[in-house]
Ligand binder design. Structure first.
Ligand code: PLP
Length: 268
């Protein structure tokens, strides 16, 4: 399969070229801010990054999470926002309510900038990555996000709905969209059969279906998808096209996944 394309940037192009990543640190680089920064680089964009939590993690499991002091997080965000023009924001793991509130406050300075919210709650290995009440706490961010990218478990936690079929996924995604107005890209990869993701925005509903790729699920696919979306939107690609391209690009990377450690493969 062809290597996915770089998006060439012409130095004479105007507009902001920085994508701000707000996410956790996975020292293995398979997920979190290191993996996100690599995606941003593939687009020829500059990655600014603010760490919400340190995870003690490898390709097999996540052993411990240490949230960053909210005051330190707030100071980091202020430094970046005082200095750089931000073209897009990706929010990943937040760890807890203290860090979430700081991020919500910082978003007030970014009105008009596309914001992609990946409402990370748990690692695929099982570790809890958010300590709080998702349905209540995430409301503060949903009102400011352009698009939110929950998997089935996150969709259930954010809406209080049961989500174990395509029909339930659609109903819960509609409910989430209605709640605060953010578009929803619901990831159906954990359902049986074909992998179908569903986008709901102000124009309606759009499904992206694909054959399932054989082999163990790579680490960090949700992180990559939301960062792809943030980059494409920072480059001015409209949401529907950005979602289609982001889904395709992550599927290619899943097909090219490499086993670098002792556990799950990393995206190619
Ligand atoms: N670790 C960090 C820091 C993350 O941000 C995420 C992402 O969403 C994960 C781990 C979870 O990745 P996975 O679900 O692929 O284990």
């Amino acid at each position: 399969m062809a290597r996915y394309m770089r998006f060439p940037m012409n130095s004479s192009e105007s507009g902001p070229k920085t994508v701000l990543i707000i996410a956790g640190l996975d020292p293995s680089g398979g997920a979190g801010i290191l993996a996100d920064a690599a995606v941003v680089g593939e687009h020829g964009l500059h990655a600014a990054g603010v760490v919400t939590a340190l995870t003690e993690q490898d390709s097999t499991q996540c052993y411990r999470v240490t949230p960053v002091d909210p005051a330190v997080l707030a100071a980091q965000l202020d430094r970046v926002l005082d200095d750089l023009e931000i073209g897009g924001v990706k929010i990943g793991m937040l760890a807890g309510t203290g860090t979430l509130k700081v991020v919500a406050a910082a978003l007030e300075r970014l009105r008009g900038t596309p914001v992609v919210l990946d409402p990370v709650l748990r690692a695929s290995s099982g570790a809890q990555l958010f300590d709080g009440d998702p349905e209540r706490d995430f409301d503060a961010l949903l009102g400011r996000a352009t698009v939110v990218t929950p998997n089935l478990e996150e969709l259930a936690a954010l809406t209080g709905c049961r989500v174990s079929s395509r029909k339930e996924m659609t109903e819960a995604a509609r409910r989430l969209r209605e709640r605060r107005g953010a578009a929803v890209l619901a990831k159906g990869g954990h359902l049986e059969g074909e992998a179908v993701d569903l986008l709901i925005d102000e124009s309606g509903e759009l499904s992206f279906a694909a054959q399932r790729i054989a082999g163990p699920a790579p680490h960090g696919t949700g992180c990559a998808l939301s960062t792809e979306l943030a980059c494409l939107m920072a480059l001015g690609v409209p949401l529907r096209d950005a979602a289609r391209q982001a889904v395709d690009r992550v599927r290619i990377r899943i097909a090219q996944a490499r086993r670098l450690g002792h556990g799950r493969p990393f995206l190619g």
